[in-house]
Write a new protein. Structure first.
Lengths: 173, 302
């Protein structure tokens, strides 16, 4: 079989083109506390899978955490993810989102909006607000109680203290 | 057989079928049961169990109460209960169990939880021993607490509870040839405990749901119960039957559990007497159980 450059050129060009991610949440990782067996993990996976905005869930049994894949254009509800974990009989250790900030402006205090939801990026540094960033939600329901209380004290010193409809996030990596 | 403090996931239906059997003299006694479990809320689970067994006859032994003569005086007393008598298979009744997880301390791959439980039984069979068992021998109610500690591959669970059994009523033949006499047995109140220790032998590390899980466990089961009272025609009958006296025992039930595809549980255990003896069952007691959850897969509405 002869190697014909023109046959492969198209393939090479397609893979060489930079792929532009759609702005917003790319994935959601959920850490679950209290699980010690694969039956527990399956219960959590089945519970999260039932959410209407969830396309699929892939759990890491050993790490007791999972990645939630979302339906395109779907409106995500973080509290429902947390409730699904609790309904399965366990507790949320963390909820972390992969957020693409292309076309999503963040103001100097770390405020931004997406899907009509308001977020405040705590300990925000403007230099990192581009491309993909992993953010952890630190409000009630999304962390163990003790860790949430520590964040509550810190959030209490911010401008967003009075606004309960803001999701507070911190950069994970 | 020990229920952990953890609950059935909300909205999930579980089904458990199990048998318990033991050799009693020359006959084999067998209990078969089917349990439906449901997670009403994340913390509240209910379980409905129907059971059948060949543990009892349709009526109490006709010679349950015997008599002797001392001059002109007739003394009535309970006769010893014969063992190894063949009985038919009968439906025992319905047993309802509700468990509320009151405390949860969850961490990564570990938890400590406590639950309160209540149980209630419609069983109304001709049980002729003092020891109450709500699922298969006596009606009544009970309650208690469960504490469960899990860390990585090790699990420990302690249950402590009480049983307040109902009495059983029937009419017994009158020795003197008169009409049958109303006879009622009041079974002994009981306290019970179950300490269960388990360890996951395999897999050492999880990679996927299809790995077969092998767990070993040991259950220490203890019970203490009061004496039964037999009332015939309004008169308490003197008890001379060992099976109707108070008692206590401690048993050890080592077992093995296999979990298939992270859902289908198969358990097998053998129970041996350590201290004292139950008059209700002989040892070894063989228990075989299977269990699986049925998850809802339909998407929830937003």
């Amino acid at each position: 079989m002869k190697f014909r450059l023109q046959n492969w050129l198209g393939v090479v060009i397609v893979f060489a083109l930079p792929l532009k991610s759609v702005a917003g949440i790319q994935w959601v990782d959920v850490g679950v506390n209290g699980m010690t067996c694969s039956m527990c993990t399956r219960s959590v996976e089945m519970s999260i899978s039932r959410l209407d905005f969830v396309d699929s869930v892939s759990m890491s049994l050993e790490e007791t955490e999972g990645r939630v894949f979302l339906k395109s254009e779907a409106v995500i509800d973080f509290k429902k993810i947390a409730k699904a974990v609790v309904d399965a009989g366990f507790s949320v250790r963390f909820i972390r989102v992969g957020f693409n900030f292309d076309d999503v402006p963040v103001d100097q205090d770390g405020f931004f909006t997406w899907q009509n939801k308001s977020f405040q990026w705590l300990q925000f540094k403007s230099s990192v607000a581009e491309g993909d960033v992993a953010l952890k939600l630190v409000d009630e329901y999304f962390l163990p109680r003790k860790e949430n209380l520590e964040w509550k004290k810190k959030i209490g010193n911010t401008k967003a203290q009075a606004n309960q409809n803001i999701f507070h996030v911190v950069q994970e990596f | 057989m020990n229920e952990p403090a953890s609950s059935v996931p909300k909205g999930v239906i579980g089904v458990r079928a199990f048998t318990q059997s033991y050799k009693e003299v020359n006959t084999t006694r067998l209990l078969g049961a089917m349990r439906i479990m449901y997670g009403l809320t994340p913390k509240l689970s209910v379980m409905l169990t129907g059971s059948f067994s060949n543990h009892h006859d349709n009526k109490l032994p006709p010679d349950l109460i015997t008599h002797s003569h001392n001059g002109n005086q007739t003394n009535y007393y309970t006769n010893n209960i014969k063992k190894g008598v063949d009985y038919p298979y009968l439906f025992n009744g319905i047993h309802l169990f509700a468990k509320y997880r009151a405390l949860s301390f969850d961490g990564a791959s570990k938890h400590f939880r406590m639950a309160l439980y209540g149980e209630w039984s419609t069983v109304d069979v001709a049980h002729d021993e003092a020891e109450p068992n709500l699922m298969d021998d006596t009606g009544g109610y009970g309650g208690g607490a469960i504490a469960t500690w899990l860390i990585n591959r090790f699990a420990a669970s302690l249950t402590y509870g009480f049983i307040k059994p109902n009495s059983y009523f029937e009419t017994q033949p009158d020795f003197t040839g008169g009409p049958d006499l109303p006879t009622e047995i009041y079974y002994g109140d009981a306290t019970k405990f179950n300490l269960s220790l388990g360890y996951r032998l395999s897999p050492k590390h999880y990679t996927d749901y299809n790995q077969a899980n092998w767990n070993i466990y040991i259950e220490l089961i203890g019970k203490k119960y009061d004496a039964a009272r037999v009332i015939q025609n309004g008169t308490e009958i003197a008890n001379q039957a060992l099976a109707l006296e108070s008692g206590s025992y401690l048993e050890i039930h080592p077992g093995i559990q296999r979990i298939v595809k992270s859902n289908f549980r198969i358990e097998c255990s053998a129970g041996f007497s350590l201290v004292g003896n139950s008059y209700v069952h002989f040892t070894p007691v063989w228990t075989i159980a299977v269990q699986r959850y049925f998850y809802r897969t339909k998407k929830s509405r937003s």
